[in-house]
Each structure stands twice: as structure tokens, then as C-alpha cells.
Write a protein that binds this ligand. Structure first.
Ligand SMILES: [Zn+2]
Length: 348
């Protein structure tokens, strides 16, 4: 959920996708071509899943391709199951997000027990236009076609930012926020789609990177009215992911503590405006640099490339993408048990 826009294209990451970064390990040996997919290949995967699952379909809504998975018998009638929304690709260059959403889709195909616990919506790529551009040479783009940072553009506490930051960034910050809430086409489409949902009970927004599980608020460091629920659910998800990873890599915190408190985030919109208590953003692997962001930037600057750590983090290996998907499958399964408890309704 990094703050600014970024249009860096030069200085490609020297590590190729087949190699592992220093802090990653494991027996997986995945191919980048199987894990990180072009936009058209992602939509093909959704269509394939819809053909495999009775009751599933791909909704094409104003630039968004969304897989809807509901029990076949439920048709369009709300049968009381909670709604779960999983999305990635709010920031175009964060390729690990769509990869993880597709891995969760595979989990739903494989695991009918989990599938039957909810009506699921999977949106692997929010900013489809930006994502296409990252595949056409602008690999590290993280703003929309009109320069908005989508995660500052949602219609909840839009424009909130610390005064000092406003003074330092001025017009650049206003450009990232956009001229008005939901000015970015993908944000407008997503907002109107989310508003049609009834019974939305869990919302997960996957980003890269930092291994952080973030809960509301993003616009303020004050505890949310559901602080206890947020910390308990986050602890459950983080414990499940770390158990699978075999190390304490992920940690949870309020989103506002990641950088500075900012309004207009998707996370706060879903919680504050739509009233879905369990609204989280997940910064996927890799972890942030050991010496911290400012240390890594300073070290990079001394070597003539202050943002190298950031580009490397946005281009993890395929193995890291697969591990992250497995860890999030464990986290989502644990969260569903934690939130929806009891015996799952029978699936047909
Ligand atoms: Zn992001």
C-alpha cells in the first residue's frame, strides 16, 4: 500500500524470475510463466474455472473480470451464505497479487468444503489497463492511466493526508489522489460493483510487498471501533500463514502504521463506507529489507540506485509467488473457520 505513484521503467531488476532472493528458500521450483500471467491469460483462467464449477460464472463489468462462485442450487437467490471478496492488482506492477488470487481460485476448485462456506468473488486484477501496460514495457507502473494511485482514490476520507506531506509533495500528491473520489475508471467500477453486494463479510485486497497483514484504519492511527475483532482475525490469519511458512514472517498491524495515515484507501472504504468489518489488505512476500526502507534507500543511493530494493521486491521469483499462494490459502481457510465457524452448509 505504498503511498506514491511510480513510473520507473529503467534499470530492470537484475535477478531473473527463476532465481531466489536471499531470504527465500524451499523445495518449490516453479516457472515464472506458470505463476505470473498476462491479463488475457488470467481471464482465460477465470473462464476455465467457471466451466469447471457448477454455479460459477465470469462477470465482465466495466473493465473488471470477476469470477463469481456460488453453490449451483443458490442461483441468484441469497441463500444466507456470507460473501467473500478476494482481489489483487490495485497497483498494476504488484504481480504477486493476481498470482495469489489465482492460487486461491485453485484452492476453491480443489476444496469443495471451503467453497461451500461462502459465495465467493475473485477479482485478480483491479487495474486491468495498468496491468496490461506492465506487460508491455512499463514493468514498474503503479498508477492508473490518468496518474491516480487507486488506493488513494476511494470515496472514503478521500484527500486526508498529514499536513507536512501535503506541503512536501503538493501537486504530486493531488495527482495521486485524483481530481475527485473514484476518478479512476477501475475504482469507479469496483465501487459500484461492491455496492451491489449484500452480506459482504470478508474482503481481502492483496498487494506487494512486505509480509504485512493490515487492518483498518488506514486514514487514522486511532483504533477502529472493531479493533478487538480486527486484531483477533488478523492474528488467526497470520498464525496460519506463518505455520505453513515455518517461520514468523508475516505480522499484523493497522494500515496507518505502515507509512503515514492516508484517506481514500480501498480497505477503509469497504470497512467505513460499506460496513464490512473484516476488511484487510495483505502485503505479500518478500519481506521489507532487513535494514528498513530508509536504510535500503540510503544504501541504494550510495550505489547510484535508491529504488533498487523496491523493484526487486516487486519482481519476486516464481517460487516466492507459489509460497505466498500456499500461505494465503492457509490464512483464508483459517479465517473462514474463525469468522463463519460451525458446520459448513452442504454444497450442491
Ligand atoms: Zn499495493
Amino acid at each position: 500500500m505504498a503511498l506514491g505513484g511510480n513510473r520507473e521503467q529503467e534499470g530492470q531488476v537484475s535477478r531473473t524470475s527463476g532465481q531466489k532472493s536471499r531470504d527465500e528458500h524451499g523445495p518449490i521450483s516453479a516457472s515464472a510463466a506458470d505463476v505470473f500471467l498476462s491479463y488475457d491469460a488470467i481471464v482465460d483462467r477465470l473462464e476455465d474455472a467457471a466451466r469447471q464449477l457448477p454455479g460459477a460464472s465470469v462477470l465482465h463489468r466495466e473493465g473488471l473480470a470477476i469470477l463469481e462462485v456460488r453453490p449451483a442450487s443458490a442461483s441468484n437467490v441469497n441463500d444466507g451464505r456470507p460473501v467473500v471478496w478476494l482481489q489483487g492488482g490495485v497497483h498494476a506492477c504488484e504481480w504477486i497479487g493476481p498470482a495469489v488470487v489465482l492460487r486461491l481460485m485453485d484452492e476453491l476448485i480443489r476444496n469443495s468444503g471451503l467453497r461451500g462456506r461462502a459465495t465467493w468473488y475473485l477479482l485478480p486484477v483491479v487495474d486491468a489497463d495498468g496491468y496490461r501496460r506492465t506487460w508491455a514495457g512499463e514493468r514498474f507502473l503503479r498508477t492508473t492511466e490518468h496518474g491516480e494511485n487507486p488506493n488513494l482514490n476511494f470515496p472514503y476520507r478521500w484527500g486526508d493526508a498529514p499536513r507536512l506531506l501535503r506541503r512536501l509533495l503538493g501537486g504530486r500528491l493531488r495527482g495521486w489522489m485524483g481530481p475527485h473520489p473514484a476518478s479512476a475508471g477501475c475504482v469507479k467500477s469496483l465501487v459500484s460493483e461492491l455496492k451491489t453486494l449484500t452480506n459482504l463479510q470478508l474482503f481481502l485486497d492483496f498487494h506487494g510487498f512486505g509480509r504485512l497483514w493490515l487492518y483498518p484504519w488506514c486514514h487514522s492511527r486511532a483504533p477502529s471501533p472493531h479493533h478487538a475483532e480486527h486484531t483477533a482475525a488478523s492474528a488467526t490469519a497470520v498464525a496460519a500463514a506463518n505455520r505453513l511458512a515455518g517461520r514468523p514472517g508475516y505480522r499484523a498491524q493497522a494500515a496507518a502504521f505502515t507509512e503515514v495515515p492516508m484517506g481514500g484507501s480501498c480497505l477503509d472504504f469497504v470497512y467505513g463506507e460499506l460496513g464490512c468489518v473484516h476488511s484487510y489488505a495483505v502485503e505479500l512476500p518478500p519481506s521489507l529489507p532487513r535494514g528498513g526502507v530508509s536504510g535500503a534507500t540510503l544504501l541504494g543511493a550510495l550505489r547510484g540506485d535508491p529504488k533498487r530494493w523496491w523493484r526487486e521486491g516487486q519482481a519476486p521469483s516464481a517460487d516466492v509467488g507459489v509460497e505466498a499462494g500456499n500461505e494465503m490459502a492457509a490464512a483464508v481457510s483459517a479465517l473462514v473457520d474463525h469468522l463463519f465457524g460451525g458446520a459448513p452448509p452442504a454444497i450442491t
